[in-house]
Design a protein around this ligand. Structure first.
Ligand SMILES: NC(=O)c1ccc[n+]([C@@H]2O[C@H](COP(=O)([O-])OP(=O)(O)OC[C@H]3O[C@@H](n4cnc5c(N)ncnc54)[C@H](OP(=O)(O)O)[C@@H]3O)[C@@H](O)[C@H]2O)c1
Length: 377
């Protein structure tokens, strides 16, 4: 079976690969490859697999947080082997354990990262979603509708579930105004669609001017483009003024280390701030913004004086993913796809996933696309 992986420096040339590609990322040479691994099987009659499902992955995509894991491998000159990647996937059920009665061979499924008490294994389905054959617990999978194309399905579960959870947990009223930061991130693109679908007042903040055209096409004309080198206070004050607003009622933010200290002054008294992540996940710090915002002391003080609700969010509940799938089926949740790549297109997949400043949406690798002759990386 195939898997998408980052090779440790001493493994390049020693691991069987179908395709390989070396790129420089955050000042490190990273060897990506489609590696060949031994197939796995599952004895469906084995009681230890009673709740398990054997899957054949058709397509997958990667997420921001994976970069920290693979950069660590790429840096370790003493290590061998490789790290299989992949966050979101679409798969076909090959076999089911004896206690699995809701899924059948042939069903198409995606991951279910549910963290609610009903899920026996809270959290991500897998961190190696590109491995073509996988055994997963039934609770970590959800069936998808037949009308959902593989590319959309392979781009869906984590961002949709997280975005829908954040929107639910904010509990916004129809007259409230919510700001979504890092609008071109995949998480925020799903959050924006979820908010628009719910008929809420949405504002977007981005440092990527190219995303404006995509947002406008989606009917979102209220967005503010920030310069990464500038203190955003003036731009935000001017933006609010132009919108006839004094402050935002709520913020959805995937990168709280970038935005929290800058946005607390622009949140109303009693407003809500929900965040699902940080920008600085890599072990070598870099500077996303020259201006950092309020000092920590000032920020703590302002959060208390304004009685702001701070909410941390990890993934979501099964019902969030179900609502997202229902909205998808009803045409209320289009999936932003940047590009889809197949066998022989590892270099373009890596480039669009990690190096393209104009990326707009998820980048998918589909094992079933016809093989394309390889170009130089
Ligand atoms: N806890 C959870 O359950 C969960 C689930 C999903 C995601 N997350 C987290 O959500 C975050 C986003 O993940 P993702 O996969 O959606 O990310 P992504 O699609 O890779 O988005 C990256 C975004 O970062 C912004 N950016 C890039 N370079 C920047 C810079 N130098 N300065 C400022 N902004 C910059 C850009 O947005 P703009 O240019 O538009 O500003 C870019 O689109 C991560 O922290 C991830 O760990 C958490």
């Amino acid at each position: 079976m195939k898997a998408f992986a980052v090779l440790a420096p001493h493994s390049a040339g020693r691991v069987p690969v179908h395709d390989a590609c070396r790129v420089r990322l955050h000042d490190i040479e990273v060897d990506f490859a489609i590696v060949e691994q031994a197939d796995i099987t599952m004895d469906a009659a084995d009681p230890r697999h009673a709740h398990d499902v054997l899957l054949q992955i058709g397509a997958f995509s990667c997420n921001y947080r994976e970069q920290a894991r693979f950069l660590e491998i790429a840096r370790r000159t003493d290590s061998k082997g490789y790290l299989v990647l992949g966050s979101e996937f679409v798969a076909t059920v090959l076999a089911t354990g004896a206690a699995v009665d809701e899924l059948q061979p042939g069903d198409r499924v995606i991951g279910n990262g549910a963290i609610d008490a009903s899920a026996s294994h809270p959290g991500l389905t897998t961190q190696r979603g590109s491995a073509e054959l996988q055994i997963c617990h039934r609770a970590k999978l959800i069936r998808i509708p037949a009308m959902m194309p593989s590319a959309d399905a392979a781009a869906f579960s984590i961002a949709a579930q997280t975005a829908y959870a954040m929107v639910r947990r904010l509990g916004l009223r129809r007259d409230e105004h919510v700001l979504v930061t890092a609008a071109s991130s995949n998480t925020s693109l799903f959050a924006i669609e979820a908010l628009l679908g719910a008929g809420l007042h949405v504002h977007a903040l981005t440092t990527s001017p190219h995303i404006g055209a995509h947002l406008a096409q989606r009917g979102l004309h209220r967005y503010c483009v920030l310069d990464r080198q500038q203190n955003p206070a003036q731009a935000l004050a001017t933006y609010l003024d132009a919108q006839g607003l004094r402050a935002f009622d709520a913020v959805i933010d995937p990168f709280m280390d970038i935005y929290l200290r800058k946005l607390v002054p622009f949140l109303r008294r009693g407003g809500k701030y929900i965040t699902c992540g940080v920008f600085e996940q890599f072990s070598r710090p870099h500077e996303p913004f020259q201006y950092h915002g309020l000092s920590l002391d000032e920020m703590f003080s302002l959060i208390i004086r304004k009685s702001i609700h701070m909410i941390g969010n990890n993934l979501g509940e099964q019902a969030d993913l179900e609502r997202a799938l229902a909205d998808y089926c009803a045409g209320r949740l289009p999936v932003a796809l940047d590009s889809v790549h197949g066998n022989g297109q590892l270099d373009s997949f890596v480039h669009r996933s990690y190096l393209a400043p104009d990326r707009t949406g998820k980048v998918v690798f589909d094992y079933h696309l016809p093989t394309v002759e390889k170009r130089a990386c």
